[in-house]
Design a protein around this ligand. Structure first.
Ligand SMILES: [Zn+2]
Length: 134
């Protein structure tokens, strides 16, 4: 796995939009149906908006009806770190970028086959790199 990226909050703040900063560095959540990718069907790879690490493929994206981009699995198990999150009186599994610790969203056990998982992500954490046209 690639080396961890450690930037100060100040550096992230300079690099990111206020919304991207709030979601990725302060574990925020964008309002449903407002992000730029919840209904995107374009082919490509969703990279970490902070460090550019590839996180999710459009191949595993599905329409969850939640208003957030949802995936059945990351491109690689090692691409994300999962942590137990007990905020707001709920126990959820938080998903972070393994390389830079950006908050991405949460994973829930109610997704479709083949994994049965629903990676519920924030558009603000992702940067879609379109697949090259042949
Ligand atoms: Zn990252």
């Amino acid at each position: 796995m690639a080396e961890k990226i450690n930037e100060t909050d100040q550096e992230w703040q300079k690099q990111l939009s206020p919304e991207q900063y709030h979601v990725t560095r302060q574990a925020g959540t964008e309002p449903a149906f407002t992000g730029k990718y919840w209904k995107t069907k374009d082919k490509g790879t969703y990279n970490c908006v902070c460090c550019g690490a590839p996180l999710f493929s459009s191949e595993t994206k599905f329409d969850s009806g939640t208003g957030w981009p949802s995936f059945t699995q990351p491109v690689d198990e090692a691409a994300v770190d999962e942590h137990t999150d007990r905020a707001y009186g709920m126990t959820r599994t938080e998903v972070r970028c393994a390389r830079c610790d950006a908050h991405l969203g949460h994973v829930f056990p109610d997704g479709p086959a083949p994994t049965g998982l629903r990676y519920c992500m924030n558009s603000a954490s992702l940067d879609l790199k379109p697949a090259e046209k042949k």
